[in-house]
Ligand binder design. Structure first.
Ligand code: AMP
Length: 428
């Protein structure tokens, strides 16, 4: 007996129906927004991630040397890979470039409910658009995905790092440390850093500021707390609210939240996180914002905005809200009555499959009674009994598994008979 590695999951058929549902709703919506799919390798050079996030990231990665002595890592997210791809191959394409990708990512984290070492992300990026329209489009896709999955209680929290950056009169390294302490809400660290920088006076207003959250009217209050700093960034959020309204995003689907800091250095402007209140500690289902990575990877300056949604957590949230589908039933289970009937039964099976029905056949050689038990166990809607007597008349016996009703149906009209809506009593 082998156990799967810590922090990984096996997903059974019932799980996969839900996971594919969530993924396909995202893909459909992204395509309808004009995003196009890309795929990048699961392994990347380790340097791609240390260049982006610093050497400290290594302990959070699955990093290893390959047999040629190269330092590699399993991807912990998609943005770095997509920006690498952009800088090396895609940068001459017409802008904006709108791409999406989905797949597994790996982080060496302490596993718990909703936090795994291998998990799945739905990712979208816009490169080379004007900031405001691109951020609005990105948010509309992220929030729209929640709606498409049937999640009614999730809320996006939107902030703007430009506001905090404008109110922190420090160089970028010192700014990063202060932002990091705000992101982690580590106020001891905040105070000691501000003391070191000779600006202890900022502590109170910064703490007040990151606690502010609400509709667009919160922006006036937040602006006062910071004594008018970051006017442009506040105006940006007001304009964003107008564009979101035009997209049909309801004000109930998001809030402005000055506490969304996303401490990583490469975020530059609008940032957001999406929470699902029914998920407890691991309630964050997604996050994103405007960032600057192309230059880190050797490209020219270009605007970049994007997000990653956690598929595993979206599925958990859909289950909690009852919007995740169950596996569709098998339409027909074909039973040859005796081995001599198998060739004809396979022909019937093949014609049902060709018509787009989900159809299966006895592969064991069981007798009719055992086969009907099996059809019941796998929740087939109909059993099709193919026997010599009916076949001579060009017919098969169709048994409705829910009602037990059985009738002979001409093979020519078999598909129509199976397409009939199951009676109410049949819905199990
Ligand atoms: P991040 O790239 O850290 O902003 O993560 C984006 C989304 O991926 C989060 O909002 C989560 O939904 C999901 N996520 C992050 N880490 C994990 C994990 N260890 N296990 C499952 N989902 C995760």
């Amino acid at each position: 007996m082998f156990e799967r590695p810590r922090g990984t999951n096996d997903w059974g058929p019932e799980d996969m129906v839900k996971r594919r549902f969530v993924e396909s709703r995202f893909v459909q919506l992204a395509e309808s927004f004009g995003f196009r799919e890309v795929a990048t390798p699961t392994i990347e050079s380790l340097e791609l991630f240390t260049a982006k996030s610093g050497p400290g990231i290594v302990r959070e990665l699955y990093a290893f040397k390959d047999q040629g002595g190269r330092d590699l890592a399993l991807r912990p997210e998609f943005t770095a890979s997509i920006l690498r791809f952009y800088v090396s191959d895609l940068r001459s394409r017409p802008k904006p470039l709108k791409v999406y990708t989905t797949g597994n990512v790996f982080r060496y984290e302490e596993p718990q409910k909703g936090r795994y070492r291998e998990f799945y992300q739905l990712n979208a990026e816009i490169i080379g658009g004007a900031p405001l329209p691109s951020d609005a489009e990105t948010l509309a896709l992220a929030i729209g995905t929640m709606r498409a999955i049937g999640l009614k209680r999730v809320k996006a929290r939107i902030g703007n790092l430009g506001i905090l950056r404008a109110s922190l009169p420090f160089g970028s390294t010192d700014q990063a440390v202060v932002l990091h302490s705000l992101d982690k809400r580590n106020f001891a660290m905040l105070d000691s850093e501000l003391a070191r920088l000779g600006r202890k006076d900022l502590s109170k207003s910064l703490r007040q500021f990151i606690d502010l959250s609400g509709d667009v009217t919160i922006l006036d209050r937040a602006s006062k707390v910071l004594g008018g700093a970051g006017k442009e960034a506040f105006d940006y959020l007001r304009n964003l609210a107008d564009l979101l309204e035009s997209y049909g995003v309801s004000p109930t689907e998001y809030a402005f939240d000055m506490g969304v800091v996303r401490g990583l250095d490469y975020y530059t402007g609008m940032v957001f996180e999406i929470d699902s209140p029914n998920l407890g500690a691991e309630k964050q289902v997604g996050g994103g914002g405007a960032y600057d990575l192309a230059q880190v990877f050797g490209g020219e300056p270009v605007t970049q905005t994007g997000f990653a949604l956690g598929l595993d957590r979206l599925v958990m949230s859909a289950e909690a809200e009852g919007s995740a589908p169950s596996p569709p039933p098998l339409d027909a289970y074909v039973v040859p009555i005796g081995d001599s009937m198998r060739p004809k039964a396979i022909e019937v099976l093949a014609s049902l499959r060709a018509d787009g029905l989900k159809a299966d056949i006895d592969l064991v050689g069981r007798g009719p009674t055992k086969n009907l038990e099996y059809a019941n166990a796998i929740r087939a809607r109909f059993a099709i009994l193919v026997g010599q007597r009916e076949l001579v008349a060009g017919k098969a016996t169709v048994r409705n598994m829910a009602s037990g009703e059985q009738r002979e149906v001409s093979l020519e009209t078999l598909v129509e008979a199976l397409r009939e809506k199951p009676p109410k009593s049949a819905s199990r």
